[in-house]
Design a protein around this ligand. Structure first.
Ligand SMILES: Cc1cc2nc3c(=O)[nH]c(=O)nc-3n(C[C@H](O)[C@H](O)[C@H](O)COP(=O)(O)OP(=O)(O)OC[C@H]3O[C@@H](n4cnc5c(N)ncnc54)[C@H](O)[C@@H]3O)c2cc1C
Length: 241
C-alpha cells in the first residue's frame, strides 16, 4: 500500500534463503488490489533492519537453518526503494528468475555429486564393476551434454540478450540429473547411506547423504520442475492450455 512517500508492507514471505544473514531483501508486493494476477505488483528493496520486520529461521531435513520465514508488520519502505515502475514488478521478477534458472542449470552441482559418487564407489570397491560402470558412464555423458546446453545459454547472457523461456529446460536437466546422481550415491553406498553426516566407509570418511539433501530442493526452488514444464508447454511448445 502506498502512503505518501512510502510504501507500507503487511504480510509474510516463506522460504527466503539466507535472510538470517542478509541486510536487504527484494519483495514483490501487491500495490494495486484491483489488478489481476501478475499485474499490479511492485518490486521493492526492503532494509531488513526496518521496524516491523521479523526473520524466523526454518530448520530443514538435514538439520540446517538456511532458509527463513519473514514477517512484515506495517513496514515502511521509502519510494526510492521501488525498483522499476509502479505495478510493473513482475517483469523484473521474470528477468531475475531467468538468471536464477541459468545459475541452477550450471553443471557444477552434478559434477560435485559425481565426485562424491566416484569416491563412494572407490571406497566400496565398485569402480571395476561393469554394471556400475555402465550407469556411471551414462551419467558422466549426461553431464557433458548439460555443460554444452549451459554454455549455449551463457552465450546468450554474454551477448546481453534476454534469456528465452527455454532456460526452464536447463533447470530441469540440471536438477534432475543432480538428483539421479545423488540417488546412485545412496545405492552405491549400500547400508551406510542410512547414516547422517560424515561416516566411515571402506577406510575413508564421506558424507553420503549431502548431495541428496542438496538435490531434492533444487527441483523445487527457482520454480518447481512441474512449473518449468508448464512454461515449456505454453511458451516454447505452444501447446493448448
Ligand atoms: C531450499 C529452498 C529455498 C528457497 N529459497 C527461496 C528464496 O530465497 N526466495 C523465494 O522467494 N523462494 C524460495 N523458495 C521457494 C520456492 O521458490 C518455492 O517453494 C517453489 O517455487 C514452489 O512453490 P510453493 O512452495 O508455493 O509450492 P506450490 O506452488 O504449493 O506447489 C506444490 C506442488 O504442486 C505443484 N504445482 C503447483 N502448481 C502447479 C501447476 N500449475 N501445475 C503442475 N504442478 C503444480 C508444484 O510443482 C509442487 O510439486 C525456496 C524453496 C526451497 C525448497
Amino acid at each position: 500500500m502506498a502512503d505518501g512517500e512510502e510504501f507500507v508492507i503487511n504480510g509474510q514471505k516463506i522460504w527466503t534463503t539466507l535472510a538470517q544473514d542478509a541486510t536487504h531483501m527484494f519483495v514483490l508486493a501487491r500495490t494495486d488490489k484491483a489488478a489481476k494476477k501478475q499485474a499490479g505488483i511492485s518490486f521493492l528493496l526492503v532494509d531488513l533492519a526496518s521496524p516491523g520486520v521479523r526473520v524466523r529461521p526454518i530448520r530443514d531435513l538435514a538439520g540446517h537453518e538456511e532458509f527463513n520465514e519473514v514477517f512484515f508488520d506495517a513496514v515502511r519502505v521509502p519510494r526510492e526503494n521501488l525498483v522499476g515502475g509502479l505495478n510493473e514488478g513482475w517483469n523484473i521478477a521474470k528477468a531475475l528468475l531467468g538468471f536464477e534458472r541459468i545459475h541452477i542449470g550450471s553443471p557444477k552441482m552434478p559434477q560435485y555429486a559425481l565426485g562424491i559418487l566416484t569416491r563412494v564407489a572407490g571406497l566400496r570397491g565398485l569402480q571395476a564393476d561393469p554394471a556400475w560402470q555402465e550407469r556411471y558412464t551414462a551419467l558422466r555423458m549426461e553431464i557433458e551434454d548439460l555443460a554444452d546446453t549451459y554454455a549455449r545459454f551463457v552465450e546468450i547472457v554474454k551477448r546481453g540478450e534476454p534469456l528465452p523461456p527455454e532456460v526452464s529446460m536447463l533447470k530441469i536437466l540440471a536438477t534432475e540429473l543432480f538428483q539421479r546422481i545423488a540417488d546412485l550415491i545412496i545405492e552405491t553406498a549400500g547400508e551406510a547411506a542410512q547414516l547422517h553426516g560424515a561416516i566411515e566407509l571402506g577406510g575413508g570418511r564421506v558424507d553420503v547423504l549431502a548431495p541428496f539433501y542438496k538435490a531434492k530442493p533444487a527441483t523445487i526452488y527457482g520454480g518447481s520442475n512441474e512449473i518449468q514444464r508448464n512454461i515449456l508447454a505454453k511458451n516454447v511448445l505452444h501447446l493448448p492450455g
